[in-house]
Design a protein around this ligand. Structure first.
Ligand SMILES: Cc1cc2nc3c(=O)[nH]c(=O)nc-3n(C[C@H](O)[C@H](O)[C@H](O)COP(=O)(O)O)c2cc1C
Length: 260
């Protein structure tokens, strides 16, 4: 059987014979739970989960209709819908402090509860929110404006390899046409602190859980979503302004309303 380069498997090695001492075992401080909020940042309050009036669709109906969508209509998402999607995919469901340490439980599982992902949004059509690049603050259930950039939808489209679902004559760039594009970055140290090299595997698994919850939440509000793993790593890191080493783009998902 022909083989591609499988160097990446080295990053998955994690055995009982493993000689690595993790930073947690060395007593180094626990990494931050969320990237800090820059001073004078523009913040947007989201609708808190206890006020949600949506998301009551039967789970069986959501699962039966689960599919990837690459065609969206022009309807904007409401602030409540966006709040729901963010909370369902990365939100906090419980927070406890013991001996001065805060433990945060989320709506998605994560290897060792490390939660190495940050959620960025390229907002194109959300009622009441100006278009731009935002980041979700799960601990505060707020959005922080990262940058306003009128070229952002085009840059995200190019960063995701100009994927389209139309014909050669009439390409439909579904990522640019989405109401919002979720762009997840990984901060590997949050997981490496506990798992050293095995973090590579756990981070990839975590990303899948996040996107799956987003499929479920989108299905519950009649929105369409498509997982996107094919993108230009360097271009997408540039879109977010991350260094590609301590933080890098790992997964994306355009979301928008679909004809009912
Ligand atoms: C890890 C992963 C990466 C994917 N990347 C892309 C992508 O870059 N572009 C795309 O159009 N679909 C992408 N998809 C969606 C798959 O093509 C889709 O799930 C598959 O064709 C099955 O269709 P369904 O989701 O409607 O059942 C991806 C799905 C997964 C799970």
């Amino acid at each position: 059987m022909p083989k591609a380069n499988r160097e990446f498997l080295k990053a998955y090695e994690w055995t009982e014979l493993d000689q690595h001492t993790t930073d947690q075992q060395k007593g180094l401080p626990r990494p931050e739970l969320q990237k800090p909020i820059p001073p004078n940042a523009q913040l947007i309050d989201l609708i808190p989960p206890e006020e949600f009036s949506l998301g009551t669709t039967q789970v069986i109906d959501v699962i039966l209709r689960r599919a990837s969508h690459r065609r969206f209509n022009q309807e904007a998402l409401t602030l409540e819908e966006l709040s729901f999607l963010l909370w369902a995919s990365q939100g906090v469901r419980e927070m406890d402090t013991e001996d001065g340490i805060t433990y945060v439980m989320r709506t998605v599982p994560s290897g060792g509860n490390r939660h190495p992902m940050e959620t960025y949004l390229s907002i194109h059509r959300v009622a009441g929110i100006e278009n731009g690049l935002y980041r979700y603050l799960p601990l505060d259930h707020q959005l922080v404006l990262e940058k306003s950039d009128p070229d952002l939808p085009e840059r995200v489209k190019q960063g995701s390899l100009n994927q389209n679902s139309g014909s050669a004559a009439q390409p439909y760039f579904f990522i640019k046409e989405a109401a919002v594009v979720f762009i997840w970055s990984a901060i590997p140290y949050r997981s490496e602190w506990r798992y050293h090299v095995a973090a590579a595997r756990l981070i990839a698994l975590d990303a899948g859980h996040i996107c799956q919850n987003l499929y479920t939440a989108a299905g519950a509000i009649g929105a369409g979503i498509c997982a996107v793993g094919a993108f230009d790593q360097i271009k997408m890191n540039e879109v977010l302004g991350v260094d590609g080493e301590d933080e890098f783009v790992i997964y994306m998902a355009p979301v928008g309303k679909i004809p009912g």
